[in-house]
Design a protein. Structure first.
Length: 181
């Protein structure tokens, strides 16, 4: 359910684009992200900071797209979001001396400090590269190709990266002995 909720605005953007075009899809993405935030706030009582950032970025870049009727702004939105996430990870490490990934996942996974550091830099680099790929696709292909890449290419690359990270982390995870009765 959480995965569906996370991808709700992207899926609506894709479907709406295929039927009505980029401007309507942009308006729907803004509304869907706002609805997502309202739902999380009402149901869970809490919205994660990155979800607020995502809302801000879609409102600013989507709003600029709608006001100017220029699709360039919405095409920059994923890049800006990726780069903000990568910079947040690096700023956490270099400025605040905190590993935000460890803070986020540390309760679920126990890893040695150097593994957390590798994960932090891997994710930050992944976000930097994804931002570059998005802008390259946006500038070298038509809007239809970019929208398809945004959904299928972006999610596919993310899935491959998450599996690779899982394989890396599995080297450090030790099985817990079963308790004897």
């Amino acid at each position: 359910m959480k995965l569906l909720l996370d991808f709700f605005p992207i899926i609506l953007f894709f479907v709406t684009f295929k039927v009505w075009g980029i401007m309507v899809a942009t308006a729907v993405a803004i509304a869907a992200t706002l609805a997502q935030i309202c739902y999380l706030r009402y149901k869970k009582g809490f919205v994660e900071p990155m979800q607020w950032v995502s809302l801000g970025v879609i409102v600013v870049f989507g709003g600029a797209t709608l006001l100017t009727q220029d699709e360039t702004f919405i095409k920059w939105k994923p890049t800006v979001l990726y780069w903000l996430m990568g910079c947040a990870l690096w700023a956490g490490h270099y400025v605040f001396k905190r590993n935000f990934l460890k803070q986020l996942m540390g309760a679920q996974v126990e890893l040695p400090p150097h593994a957390w550091l590798v994960l932090l830099h891997s994710w930050a680099c992944f976000f930097a590269v994804m931002g570059c790929i998005n802008i390259w696709v946006a500038n070298h292909f038509d809007t239809d190709t970019w929208v398809s890449f945004k959904l299928f290419g972006g999610l596919g690359l993310m899935l491959v990266f998450v599996v690779a990270q899982g394989l890396y982390m599995s080297r450090f995870i030790q099985e817990q002995p079963e308790d004897s009765l």
